[in-house]
Design a protein around this ligand. Structure first.
Ligand SMILES: Nc1ncnc2c1ncn2[C@@H]1O[C@H](COP(=O)(O)OP(=O)(O)OP(=O)(O)O)[C@@H](O)[C@H]1O
Ligand SMILES: [Mg+2]
Length: 276
């Protein structure tokens, strides 16, 4: 394990096996835990964007995170991905972690395969590993293409291959489908669901799309006022049907937590009070 930073008020530890971090070699955290956050605070100016946030994600668990714009979802992902610091609290994350953003962020001067393998150590197996990852996202025929020649959905699949090729223990997805058309988006959701079931990283998916969250995740949480206000396990069998009553009930609860009314589904009739 690598303890990146330790102060009285702020702790960050990266671990390859949960429970192996900490100055004395133990964290007291369940070994089945991939992400462990306690009292996480991030302040910009006078505003505590994250304010005492607690969160655990188990190994192999898929958590979807919803929240209104500006509630701190990207800030949380950036902290988990070591792209930003936190001001207070404990952050325990696997060392092997990758982020996929809304935009693919491919290197235009490198061909597709080179983009996929860019973070891998150079070696004989690199090309083979990269091609395998491209095959998994259905783009083996595009290995020698330039990023500029790809559609938005294809470029995002390359970004996904680049993330998965490193076999992350934690996959951080920040609205990865938001820029895609509706059909491509559904296909990408299926692909991500399938790849995550195969590779079993812990996943934190940030999305504004409640249906996407309920379709894909094992658990769904809502971030508001710097903390999780909802954190619920989704006990609906796969493949999930958005017309399933359990699906629509959960959608309605989540939309209410987000301060939005679900006009597509009428609320249950109010009980009638007998008049005299
Ligand atoms: N580096 C920074 N400096 C100052 N303020 C910041 C910084 N990064 C984020 N913020 C502020 O923190 C708040 C949360 O930002 P963040 O990007 O995490 O929101 P978000 O939940 O991802 O929103 P969205 O759904 O629109 O992507 C915003 O008010 C944002 O302006
Ligand atoms: Mg964001």
């Amino acid at each position: 394990m690598t303890a990146a930073r330790t102060t009285a008020a702020r702790t960050t530890a990266a671990h390859t096996t949960a429970g192996s971090a900490g100055a004395d070699g133990s964290t007291g955290v369940d070994p089945g835990t991939a992400v462990h956050l306690r009292g996480l605070r991030r302040t910009f100016g006078a505003r505590h964007v994250l304010d005492g946030l607690d969160l655990d994600i188990a190994r192999g668990e898929f958590l979807a995170l919803l929240g209104a714009s500006g509630t701190g979802k990207t800030t949380l992902l950036r902290i988990l991905g070591a792209l930003d610091r936190h001001d207070e609290g404990t952050v325990l994350v696997p060392e092997a972690r990758t982020i996929v953003f809304q935009e693919p962020r491919l290197i235009p001067s490198k061909k597709v395969l080179a983009n996929v393998t860019v973070a891998l150590p150079r070696g004989a197996a690199t090309r083979e590993t990269g091609l395998r990852a491209l095959t998994e996202v259905g783009l083996e025929g595009h290995a020698d293409a330039w990023p500029a020649t790809l559609s938005g959905g294809e470029a995002q699949r390359v970004a996904l291959a680049r993330a998965l090729v490193r076999e992350p223990e934690l996959l951080l997805l920040d609205e990865p489908f938001a820029a895609l058309d509706a059909l491509t988006r559904l296909r990408m959701q299926d692909l991500v669901g399938e790849l995550c079931r195969r590779h079993r990283p812990a996943v934190l998916l940030v999305t504004h799309d409640v249906d996407e969250a309920v379709r894909l995740a094992d658990r769904v949480a809502v971030l508001r006022d710097g903390r999780l206000v909802t954190d619920e396990r989704i006990a609906i069998d796969h493949p999930r049907d958005s017309a399933d009553p359990a699906f629509t009930a959960l959608r309605r609860r989540l939309l209410a937590d987000l301060g939005v009314h679900d006009h597509a589904v009428p609320p249950p009739p109010a009980p009638t009070t007998p008049t005299e």
